[in-house]
Design a binder for this molecule. Structure first.
Ligand code: NAD
Length: 431
């Protein structure tokens, strides 16, 4: 199947945008310039070459990265992405967002992110396994349960995490499954982890709808990206009765004003690999999906989707950032001027790292929680985080958006920890 490939435009460089936001938030919160100095670059950035013998017998060398941004709260934590369109800047930005996210939802991790530059959709399962194991061997002791703990991200799943746990345990000569989260249950995974990011988006959407007086069960939803985050959020919206009017993935989008039957769509994707061609729906492009008439838009695919060029066409009243970095700063301004509430990625998709934390705790102590406990604790955490950030934004961010509020809150917590660890010479705030 032909798929639409989007490249990151130079003017939408996510690292430049993130640094601008961090700098602005440090200034607005009147924090010391030393705080920005610490946050403006990863503490360590690793690049590795990963040779793989492909199915046709030829050797191909892939490039892998791991960005370890900041560990003031604990081990670096963040997903591993397999994608053709990965840059060093995007991985650095993704690791910064993890630092901010962990701080915001108060889990004792720092920020990290990894990637291998490849076309994951054309790799065989065998090639994917060899690539994963080679990447782990190349990283060696730079990762570990107390050092840096990867998790799933775009095109990596529980099986990939199990290979990582196995390869790392072989290197360490002992079972060491806490090196990674998002594993299958059989090798120390946590019930509810696979669904956790989508579930977190669902809870946050419910809270945002309340704040905006939108009746949640009638809210019309559009979702870009039907992978882990998008599809699991879609199932929960379908269960709640909210009509999902549009869905897309890398193959394009589908639209039905009456609502798409999500369970049949899941089956169609299982059989064909993509949403394209799902019967009973109008075909639309990814750009058209972003401009669909709906109440809630959930970008759950990649960075830089809502931009200065298309933000004006967004009709949703609420944008829930299931993906990391889907909205550019220019688009943020346009959406703010249209009174669209953007619930930022570091809050909206933090359900994943929250349950990853639950998994890591269970691995460390050798016990297991049941699904009800995991989901209840996740729900409490997400509701508390939403209320705290939304309240802070309403009180402190006159003229700014909710992202700025989330950044300010998160960076203040980081500054306090840096201060106590002795990383700041003259206190947390400007003198
Ligand atoms: P995934 O690989 O499971 O799904 C990605 C989806 O996006 C797929 O449906 C794919 O077809 C679609 N897609 C890819 N390129 C696209 C394009 N150019 N246009 C439209 N759709 C495209 O990945 P995922 O784990 O669901 O991650 C999606 C986003 O959520 C990423 O930004 C990721 O960083 C973020 N995220 C994921 C988790 C998690 O737990 N998996 C946690 C937090 C944030």
């Amino acid at each position: 199947m032909e798929v639409e490939i989007k490249s990151v435009k130079k003017e939408d460089n996510v690292l430049t945008a993130t640094l601008g936001l961090i700098r602005q938030s440090v200034e607005l919160a009147e924090l010391s310039a030393d705080v920005y100095e610490h946050l403006q670059t990863p503490m360590r950035f690793i690049e590795v070459a990963v040779p793989v013998e492909m199915d046709d017998g030829k050797i191909k060398v892939f490039t892998g990265y791991r960005s370890q941004h900041n560990n003031v709260f604990g081990p670096y934590k963040g997903g591993i992405r397999y994608h053709h369109n990965v840059t060093t800047d995007s991985i650095k930005a993704l690791s910064m967002w993890m630092t901010l996210k962990c701080s915001l939802v108060d889990v004792p991790f720092g920020g990290g992110k990894g990637a291998v530059v490849c076309d994951p959709y054309s790799l065989s399962q065998k090639e994917k396994e060899k690539l994963t194991r080679g990447y782990v061997r190349a990283l060696g002791s730079f990762i570990g349960p107390e050092t840096d703990i990867p998790a799933p991200d775009v095109a990596t799943d529980a099986q990939v995490m199990a290979w990582i746990a196995d390869e790392y345990s072989t290197i360490m000569r002992e079972p060491s499954f806490g090196v990674v989260t998002g594993k299958p249950l059989a090798v120390g995974g946590c019930v509810g982890r696979k669904e956790a990011t989508g579930r977190g988006c669902f809870f946050v959407t419910r809270e945002a709808a309340k704040a905006f007086n939108i009746p949640f069960e009638h809210a019309r939803i559009a979702i870009q990206g039907f992978g882990n985050v998008g599809s699991n959020a879609a199932i929960l919206f379908a269960e709640a009765g909210s009509p999902i009017v549009a869905v897309s993935d890398i193959s394009g989008g589908i639209y039905n004003s009456e609502g798409v039957d999500i369970y049949s769509l899941l089956q169609h994707v299982e059989e064909t690999g993509f949403v394209k061609g799902f019967p009973g729906c109008e075909e639309i492009t990814n750009d058209e999906l972003l401009a669909i008439d709906c109440d809630v838009l959930i970008p759950a695919a990649l960075e830089n989707q809502i931009t200065g060029t298309n933000a004006d066409q967004v009709k949703a009243k609420i944008v829930i950032e299931g993906a990391n970095g889907p909205t550019t700063p220019e688009a943020d301004q346009i959406l703010k001027s249209k009174n669209v509430l953007v619930v930022p990625d570091i809050l909206a998709n933090s359900g994943g790292v929250t349950v990853s934390y639950f998994e890591w705790v269970q691995n460390n102590y050798g016990f297991r929680w049941d699904l009800e406990t995991v989901n209840r604790r996740l729900e409490e955490k997400m509701i508390d985080a939403f209320k705290m950030v939304y309240g802070f934004y309403c009180e402190r961010c006159n003229g700014f958006d909710m992202r700025t509020g989330a950044y300010m809150y998160s960076i203040q917590r980081l500054a306090e920890a840096m201060h106590y660890r002795g990383w700041l010479r003259n206190g947390t705030h400007k003198n």
